[in-house]
Write a protein of this length. Structure first.
Length: 318
């Protein structure tokens, strides 16, 4: 099977390294106009025309978010299945291109890389919610906080996508996993009640380093989401409270617990899985489920909703 990787930043390198472990299963090429300073030179393709003429079975789009949509539409028009790194685009996306891409889902597989859906602890929480272990959900609180320079210690954070508006950076886009999780676990977001974003820290960037949202979904009328990459130590997780109990999840440790109305706790007991395996799970799901889509993956339509929430939030926060 031929796999095209578009872009060779952190995500592109991760997928290239992962797929090269399966040399007999996948033939991999990298679409990148600039030179690659590594032993991957023989795998490089310089133009989109050459990439399409190579006739890949699937493409993994790992370029900056500002380029995702245009590249996805061009590749999708040729019947190439797409795994797109999150976010699917930026909030100022081209509406016509987005609608075209969503229509392609009738004929090809399109999956957006909201990787947290593949964590065993998230699957466990999803199952508990679907089995109605919680009755009437009253509130849900999601938090993701970290220190941007710690993300990639061998790279100047000021040069990364995260810190640059023109590349699709900022806390809302870069940490949009939590927005996706909220709509994945608590169903469609119907309303944005409140939003705020700002640049608070001394970090050098032209984007917001923190944001807060208050949302309403069909399952929960009180959802708070707080995002930042300007605090330490790192913290990531959520709690969902109801009239008869609570679910807590620590995403960093992959631990989750269900606490009933009497205070009795039921913990998820599986061991923590490394992120290499989680990305492999995501890729395997993408490859093996062309004809059997499930709600595990984030579709183009669902990813668009995340962007629309961000767009509205930025409007309210200005």
């Amino acid at each position: 099977m031929k796999i095209l990787i578009v872009g060779y930043g952190k995500a592109g390198k991760r997928f290239y390294k992962l797929l090269k472990e399966f040399k007999k299963a996948y033939e991999v090429r990298i679409l990148r106009s600039r030179e690659i300073k590594s032993n991957t030179t023989n795998s490089k393709i310089s133009t989109m025309v050459d990439a399409i003429n190579w006739l890949p079975d699937a493409a993994i789009i790992c370029s900056p978010a500002t380029m995702h949509l245009e590249q996805a539409v061009e590749l999708g028009s040729k019947g190439i299945n797409l795994l797109i790194e999150k976010p699917i685009s930026v909030e100022t996306y081209n509406e016509q291109q987005m609608n075209t891409l969503i229509n392609y889902e009738n004929n090809i597989k399109i999956q957006v890389g909201y990787i947290l859906r593949y964590l065993p602890c998230i699957k466990w929480v999803k199952q508990k919610l679907e089995e109605n272990y919680l009755a009437q959900i009253i509130s849900a609180d999601f938090y993701c906080g970290s220190w941007l320079p710690d993300w990639r210690k061998d790279v100047d954070y000021r040069e990364t996508v995260s810190a640059n508006k023109k590349l699709g950076g900022g806390a809302l886009l870069e940490l949009s996993h939590e927005i996706d999780l909220a709509q994945y676990l608590l169903k469609d977001i119907k309303k944005i009640k409140y939003a705020d974003k700002s640049k608070k820290s001394r970090l050098q960037m032209d984007v917001e380093d923190n944001a807060a949202l208050w949302l309403e979904s069909s399952m929960c009328s009180n959802i708070s989401i707080r995002l930042d990459f300007c605090t330490r130590p790192a913290k990531r997780g959520f709690s969902i409270r109801s009239t008869n109990g609570e679910i807590k999840c620590n995403i960093l440790t992959q631990k989750a617990v269900l606490i009933d109305e009497n205070g009795e706790a039921t913990e998820r007991t599986e061991e923590m899985r490394d992120m290499r395996q989680i990305y492999l799970d995501e890729f395997n799901h993408f490859i093996k489920e062309y004809d059997n889509a499930t709600d595990l993956e984030c579709t183009a339509k669902a990813a668009k909703r995340v962007l629309d929430i961000i767009k509205e939030a930025k409007g309210k926060g200005d």
